[in-house]
Design a protein around this ligand. Sequence first.
Ligand SMILES: Cc1cc2nc3c(=O)[nH]c(=O)nc-3n(C[C@H](O)[C@H](O)[C@H](O)COP(=O)(O)OP(=O)(O)OC[C@H]3O[C@@H](n4cnc5c(N)ncnc54)[C@H](O)[C@@H]3O)c2cc1C
Length: 220
Amino acid sequence: MKKNVFALLLALMLVVSSGAMAMTAGTYEAEAQGMMGMVKVAVTVSENAIESVEVVAQNETPGLSDPAIANVPAAIVAAQSLAVDTASGATVTSNAILAAAEAALSAAGADIEALKAAAAVETAEAKTIEITTDVVVLGAGGAGVAAAVEAYDAGAQVVLLEKMGVIGGTTATSQGMVGAYESKYTKEKDVHYTFEEMYGNLMNNASYRLDPALTAITIE
Ligand SMILES: Cc1cc2nc3c(=O)[nH]c(=O)nc-3n(C[C@H](O)[C@H](O)[C@H](O)COP(=O)(O)OP(=O)(O)OC[C@H]3O[C@@H](n4cnc5c(N)ncnc54)[C@H](O)[C@@H]3O)c2cc1C
């Protein structure tokens, strides 16, 4: 049985420039604290426009920070404003880019208050799209991506929906440890744990707030 899927597109925000520009033309660099260190941007301005914003140095988490690095500088230029949206799931990196851009624009003599003022906004009409598919997977973390791949490999048409600006979920931050006891790998290393020790370790890590039945399944 096919399922109908209705995907609601987010309204497109068209930001109109404040027009309050009077800067010294040139390229200005500045940096601000991100999630994993300093984020440096280079902002090039003419006397009356922000010509480009580029992230020139950063050590943010690959993948998670990509939407911020790709979209926030472009949004500042497109809107000629610092009142732009942050990237979903990469708020700290987004805010670092905005703070660094603000410092660079300040050095260029821009009217920061005008650039940060909520700009006039035109909201495009939201669209509803109807898609017919066999399987819908909600959430593109490790479990969702694996489920989608399995369903696809089994011959199903699959739609995988993710609410964030990037796929990966908490899986993207996983340390890569495999919680297993008496597996062939632990035996090879002569490392021995019991079910109770593994169960207690997971529960203790999560301050005993895990679902007992699901935790047991995970370990088994
Ligand atoms: C710092 C850290 C380190 C870790 N290290 C390890 C480790 O070493 N070994 C290990 O085994 N485990 C580790 N874990 C745990 C492991 O990463 C998680 O248990 C696992 O990634 C969960 O996968 P998941 O797909 O169920 O959920 P998630 O990866 O959280 O994915 C859920 C996805 O669903 C999306 N979503 C939620 N609601 C909606 C919605 N309404 N519509 C669309 N999308 C939605 C979310 O945005 C997210 O992308 C670690 C976790 C963290 C946070």
